[in-house]
Design a protein around this ligand. Sequence first.
Ligand code: ATP
Length: 235
Amino acid sequence: SPAAPLLSVADLAAWYGESHVLHGIAFDVAPGEVVTLLGRNGAGKTTTLKAIMGMLPRRTGSVKFDGCELIKAPPRAIARAGVALCPEERAIFSSLSVEENLMLPPRVKPGGLSLEQIFEMFPNLKERLSSQGTKLSGGEQQMLAIARILRTGAKMLLLDEPTEGLAPVIVQQIGRTIAHLKSEGFTIVLVEQNFHFAASVADRHYIVEQGRVIDMIPNAALDANIGKLHAYLGV
Ligand code: ATP
């Protein structure tokens, strides 16, 4: 039988003030799996990641991680459980150096990557150690943002559009990073607009539409479902 899910989201609803945005999101992620959330702009993908992370004031339903119910937990408890969000806006400190950025994240779990391990994975960052965040390229900023969450010891990574605005060669690098993280046993939920990138890294794809998960397509079945996907995504 397949492994018990590491993350299990059921009936997840969320609001921004009076605005009801998620209407019962449901999906599972097995340990070591890479899954994507695909969908049109405004479908609720970013909101789903924020709701899992406990960052929205009002949410209901169930978010089970590693057997623990987290729907009522505050963000710091969710981080301590081993879940980390790398937001679309690449939360790095632009006035601080690469090294300072890497020293800031608290180690919430044993197993946070050492600087040495970070530099092995991102040799570019080692060369830029004393550079200020603002001096980094978009790709380097994205690597740094991912490196920062790896410092914490999180095992479940929520990556929000890591390839956005990056050149194709850098997108490939991010793809290799994700493949490497998977091989190291990390579990990843990826929000992506770049459909080809999504297909190159993920095991399965969940389709989000109007605050609900309306379909799941295994990566191996993408070609057979390409017409359906075009209809969902409008691409
Ligand atoms: P995108 O790729 O455009 O980010 P998405 O699928 O990630 O799309 P969300 O950002 O989750 O979509 O947005 C879902 C809905 O929630 C949209 O209708 C959006 O306008 C609304 N929304 C997002 N952020 C806020 C906010 N801070 N306050 C109010 N409404 C919001």
